[in-house]
Design a protein around this ligand. Structure first.
Ligand code: SF4
Ligand code: SF4
Length: 474
C-alpha cells in the first residue's frame, strides 16, 4: 500500500487513493458541520488558499446560506485577483493522429471513420493567419500522441512556424502546448522553443478508472502520465496547466485530486500550477457523453469552479467552448479567468469549414460564436477581454510570476496590458459595434489604474496604437 506524501515523486503517493477516500469521508461527515464550515470560510478569506480537505468540505456543503457565502467569497476573490479581466485564447489542432485508445475521445486509434489529418507547415501558416485575422494573440496547440506522425520535431517545427508569422498587424505572442506526456529531454526542447504553458489534463486521478479508460497505448501508464508535470518542470518549463475531464469519475474525487496535484507541485517545485482547466465530457464523432455515468449538472460545475477559486486563488482557471454561453456566463463570475473564443476543434478548421462526412473534430463546440461576438458579449457584461501575453515575454514565469501574484502586484501589469491589447483588437479586428463599446470601456477603465504615472503611459500608448504602433506592455 502506498503512503500519502505530497513531496514524493511517485504518482500513487502524491495522488494517494487512500488519502482521497479519507478526504471524501471527512467531507461527507462534516458537510453540515456549521462551525467547521465557518472556520474554513474564515481561513479562505485570508486569500492564501485552502487544503484539499478543507476545500472538499466546502464542495460537499449543502446548506443554502453557507453556499451563498461560498459563491460570494469566490466572486470577491476573483475580483481581487483578476479584476474584471478575461484573457482570450484559441486552440489550434495540429494533428489528430493518435496511437492511444482513450474511450472518451474520438481520436482514439480504433476510430476508423474519423477523418485523420495532420497540418503541413503551409497549412499551419494558413491557420495562424486565419487566427491572427480574428485577433488572437495566444494559442494552445493540440495534437494526438503518435511518435511516427507527430514526433516532437513536428511539434517544434509548428511552434517555429507559428511564431514566425507576422501578418498585417497580427502576431501570435504566446504558444501554449497541450501534447501527450513525454520525456524530460523533450520538455527541455519545448522550453527552448519558447512555449508559454505546458498543459496536460489528467483526465481522471482515479488510477483504476484511468487504466480502464485508457486500455491501450502509452497513455495507459498512469504513473508516467501523472508524473509528467514533474518531468516538465525538471526540463525547465515552469508554467504548467493541469485539468481533469469531469464526467469520467466522481467529481468529488477529481476535485480532491486536482488540489492534491497542485499541492504536490508547490511542495516539490515551489510553484503550483499556472492554470487549472475544468472540461466536461462532450459529444463527439463516436463518443456519447451519456455513456459515462458521472456527468455533472451546471450547478455542480459552478460549485466546483467556486471552490477551486477559493482553494487556489493564484491559479488561473480556464473554460473552453465546450461550455455553452449561459454556463460560461455563470462561471465567469465565480472564478474563471481565461476563455477561448471563436474556436474550431478540428484539424484545419480555421481555414475551412468541414463537410459533415469529414469530421475531424475532438469534440462538439457548444459556444459557436465568433471571437468578435464573444468580445462584444464580455464587454456588455463589463468584463475587459484581454489579449495580454506579457508575462512570459518579460520572463515573469514560475515562482517569479507566483510571488507577483501572491503580493497582488501583478494587477499593476494585467490591467493596463488588458486595456492596451484590447485597444489593438478594436483597431485591427473589431466590428463597428464592438469597437464603440470597447472604446467606452477603455475610457472608463483608464481611471481605474491607480498609479498616475502608469495611467499617463497607458494614455500615451493608446494614442500610439491609434497611430499604428503595436505591442506595448508592462
Ligand atoms: S485524448 Fe488525446 S491521447 Fe487520448 S485519443 Fe484523444 S488525442 Fe489521443
Ligand atoms: S500581465 Fe501577465 S498575468 Fe497579467 S494578463 Fe498579462 S500575461 Fe497574464
Amino acid at each position: 500500500m502506498y503512503k500519502y506524501d505530497p513531496k514524493s515523486l511517485k504518482a500513487e503517493e502524491f495522488i494517494n487513493h487512500e488519502e482521497i477516500e479519507s478526504t471524501l469521508a471527512y467531507a461527507e461527515e462534516n458537510k453540515s458541520n456549521v462551525k467547521l464550515l465557518r472556520e474554513i470560510l474564515e481561513k479562505a478569506k485570508l486569500r492564501k488558499g485552502l487544503s484539499h480537505r478543507e476545500a472538499a468540505v466546502l464542495l460537499d456543503c449543502d446548506i443554502p446560506e453557507i453556499n451563498e457565502e461560498i459563491y460570494a467569497l469566490a466572486e470577491q476573490i476573483k475580483k481581487d485577483f483578476y479584476g474584471n479581466r478575461i484573457v482570450m485564447f484559441a486552440p489550434l489542432y495540429l494533428s489528430n493522429y493518435c496511437v492511444n485508445g482513450c474511450l472518451y475521445c474520438p481520436y482514439h486509434y480504433k476510430n476508423k471513420h474519423i477523418c485523420r489529418k495532420k497540418l503541413t507547415q503551409e497549412e499551419v501558416k494558413a491557420e495562424v493567419i486565419a487566427l491572427q485575422d480574428m485577433g488572437h494573440k495566444r494559442l494552445a496547440i493540440e495534437a494526438g500522441e503518435d511518435p511516427v506522425n507527430n514526433p516532437i520535431e513536428y511539434i517544434l517545427d509548428c511552434i517555429k512556424t507559428i511564431y514566425s508569422i507576422k501578418h498585417k498587424n497580427g502576431a501570435i505572442r504566446r504558444v501554449n502546448v497541450n501534447i501527450a506526456a513525454t520525456t524530460v529531454e523533450n520538455y527541455r526542447k519545448l522550453k527552448e522553443a519558447g512555449i508559454g504553458t505546458y498543459i496536460l489534463f489528467q483526465e481522471t486521478y482515479h488510477k483504476e478508472s484511468y487504466e480502464r479508460l485508457h486500455p491501450t497505448g502509452p497513455k495507459h501508464n498512469y504513473a508516467y502520465h501523472t508524473e509528467a508535470m514533474d518531468r516538465a518542470m525538471e526540463g525547465g518549463i515552469d508554467d504548467v496547466g493541469i485539468g481533469a475531464l469531469f464526467g469520467l469519475e466522481l467529481y468529488r474525487y477529481e476535485f480532491a485530486g486536482l488540489l492534491m496535484h497542485a499541492e504536490h507541485l508547490e511542495a516539490v517545485h515551489g510553484v503550483g500550477p499556472h492554470t487549472i482547466s475544468v472540461p466536461r465530457v462532450r459529444r463527439a464523432d463516436d463518443i456519447d457523453p451519456d455513456e459515462f455515468d458521472n456527468g455533472i449538472t451546471d450547478d455542480t460545475f459552478a460549485k466546483i469552479v467556486a471552490c477551486l477559486r477559493i482553494a487556489v486563488p493564484y491559479t488561473g482557471m480556464i473554460v473552453s467552448t465546450r461550455e455553452s454561453k449561459a454556463c460560461r456566463e455563470k462561471v465567469l463570475h465565480l472564478g474563471v479567468s481565461q476563455i477561448s473564443g471563436g474556436s474550431r476543434t478540428s484539424v484545419g478548421g480555421y481555414v475551412e469549414e468541414e463537410e459533415e462526412d469529414e469530421n475531424s473534430a475532438q469534440f462538439d463546440v457548444s459556444d459557436r460564436r465568433t471571437l468578435d461576438q464573444v468580445v462584444n458579449w464580455l464587454m456588455k457584461m463589463d468584463y475587459i477581454p484581454s489579449f495580454c501575453t506579457a508575462c512570459y515575454r518579460e520572463g515573469r514565469t514560475g515562482d517569479r510570476f507566483m510571488s507577483l501574484c501572491k503580493s497582488g502586484q501583478i494587477q499593476n501589469c494585467c490591467h493596463p496590458n488588458a486595456l492596451m491589447t484590447l485597444k489593438e483588437y478594436l483597431m485591427d479586428y473589431a466590428s463597428e459595434d464592438t469597437k464603440q463599446i470597447g472604446e467606452k470601456l477603455i475610457e472608463k477603465e483608464i481611471d481605474n489604474i491607480p498609479k498616475e504615472k502608469v495611467r499617463e503611459i497607458v494614455k500615451e500608448n493608446l494614442v500610439n496604437i491609434e497611430n499604428g504602433k503595436r505591442d506595448f506592455r508592462f
